[in-house]
Write a protein that binds this ligand. Structure first.
Ligand code: ADP
Length: 482
């Protein structure tokens, strides 16, 4: 039986801040359904953030100490079986017993510790994977460590590594002092072919150079990150490594996100009765959000509130759009405080039309997917994007910027051939966004039969992990056969 180990900094249903968390739940689950694979996942143990129902199921596996620079640090290993997937959690309260997951001044040390603890765990829990599938910068340094610091450990020498880039913007860039003060390694690979980036240590670059394969989460993004516009300074490195770079489209967990069975939504529905039932979900949501219970198009937006998500062009056209259209908009998100404040202010200005919900709330997110007629995802760049797929699954038609995974998942509506899954725009500016949103509004209000057909196509489309899980599996096979 082949052994696959996933490593990441977050994973649903334990903790999620975005798409990475969704993927760490859904992809291992999709693969575990296949015979002859032992699939496990390692995550940090963010003690106070794990829901109680899972806390109760945790088992203590072992504990030991590792060196972080000159200091000994405690490593506790806990485990939990979720369906056919075994999850390990790396416990150290000082590093992970905090209010949030990321954004601390010592993140380099926290995830440096995490990666070393993970490697040192493998022999102790007797699970040496054939393929170690790492995700984003928090785990990207592992191939470097395997090749350098831990190269003397013979049992680990045959581990093949795949790095999946979920967002190239976040790279983990630190002063080279950490080579000594955290990792305790020399400068053998601190060069242009290694993890050196200008004068700094770059975790993501190390992963790209040292992993056996590099993937990203959509074919379009795989091409985009090799250009200066999207590569965030690593485009040259990615072009050099393009022989091992591929894009596999993310999926969503179609069991968890199913309007027919979702327990979080007011009324379950299917493709047969969505128009009637969606209207009831809409009324429920309007009540909850204090919006007038009117039969108007409802536009939803569920997102981290950052510049990446195109929220500045959205804000720039919002006044005009709300004044000229009989429409309601419900927004759910947290992030940059200036954007949070701007949206709160919009709610004050347009209380009957705009609802700003500044929090992370998965239940409300599901209710919004179920109630929304249109879902807006205007991201400046988008590696894959899951919310447009979740929207389509629940019959909310996406309006997206043609970039990355948005381009790959939302073929644009063509009213002459009656094809397409949503509305999209190429030129990234407020005026163009206003035009395409107004066009979507017109189709919804003036051509309801055509709009209904788009919804039906969306709800029928296959966004499951089936295809992409096969593609990853093919890559694993290629690796363990060599
Ligand atoms: P990213 O990973 O860049 O944040 P994705 O579209 O890939 O974007 O994934 C976002 C995920 O996080 C989706 O599952 C979305 O529903 C969820 N999400 C984002 N913001 C919130 C929020 N405030 N409350 C609940 N869920 C959210």
């Amino acid at each position: 039986m082949k052994k696959i180990l996933f490593a990441a900094a977050e994973g649903a249903p334990f903790y999620k801040t975005g798409g990475l968390g969704d993927v760490m739940y859904a992809l291992p689950k999709a693969l575990a359904g296949k015979s002859d694979l032992d699939i496990r996942v390692v995550l940090p143990y963010y003690a106070s953030l794990m829901p109680e129902q899972y806390q109760k199921q945790l088992k203590d596996v072992t504990n030991f100490e590792i060196k972080v620079g000159q200091n000994s640090r405690y490593v506790g290993i806990k485990s939990l079986q979720l369906g056919q997937v075994l999850y390990y959690f790396i416990d150290n309260l000082e590093y992970f017993g905090r209010d949030g997951l990321y954004g601390y001044g010592d993140d380099g040390e926290r995830f440096g510790f995490y990666q070393m603890a993970l490697i040192e765990m493998l022999e102790k829990v007797d699970f040496i994977p054939d393929v170690l599938h790492i995700n984003d910068w928090h785990t990207a340094f592992i191939p470097v460590l395997l090749q350098d610091k831990y190269s003397w450990l013979a049992p680990l020498r045959n581990i093949k590594t795949i790095l999946t880039i979920h967002n190239i913007k976040f790279q983990g860039v630190y002063d080279p002092i950490i080579l000594d003060s955290i990792f305790g390694i020399g400068r053998q690979y601190f060069n242009e072919q290694g993890f050196k980036y200008y004068d700094a240590v770059n975790f993501m670059k190390g992963g790209i150079e040292f992993a056996d394969k590099v993937t990203t989460v959509s074919p379009s993004y795989a091409a985009e990150i090799q250009t200066p516009e999207f590569g965030e300074g690593l485009d040259g490195i990615l072009r050099e490594n393009s022989y091992k770079l591929t894009g596999f489209l993310n999926g969503i967990d179609t069991e968890l996100y199913d309007p027919q069975t979702d327990k979080n939504i007011a009324i379950n529905y299917s493709i047969q009765d969505f128009d009637k039932q969606k209207a009831k979900n809409k009324v429920q949501l309007q009540k909850e959000l204090n919006l007038p219970q009117e039969d108007v198009p409802l536009l939803i937006l569920i997102s981290r509130l950052t510049r990446q998500k195109g929220l500045d062009i959205f804000l720039a056209m919002l006044d005009d759009f709300l004044v000229l259209h009989h429409v309601q908009i419900a927004l759910l998100g947290t992030g940059d405080s200036d954007l949070e404040n701007d949206f709160k202010w919009m709610q004050e200005r347009y209380p009957a039309q705009f609802s700003a919900n500044i929090r992370f709330d998965e239940k409300l997110a599901q209710q919004m997917y179920a109630a929304g007629d249109l879902i807006l995802v205007p991201s400046a760049f988008e590696p894959c994007g899951l919310s447009q797929m979740m929207g389509m699954r629940y019959g909310a038609v996406p309006v997206v910027h043609e970039t990355g995974g948005l381009r790959d998942t939302v073929p644009p509506y063509n009213e002459y051939t009656n094809e397409g899954l949503g509305f999209s725009f190429a030129s990234f500016d407020a005026q163009t966004l206003n035009q395409v949103l107004s066009y979507a509004y017109d189709i919804f209000t003036q051509k309801p039969a055509a709009f209904k057909q788009i919804v039906e196509r969306d709800m029928r489309a296959d966004f499951s992990w089936k295809k992409s899980a096969e593609l990853y599996l093919g890559m694993y096979r290629e690796l363990w056969q060599n």
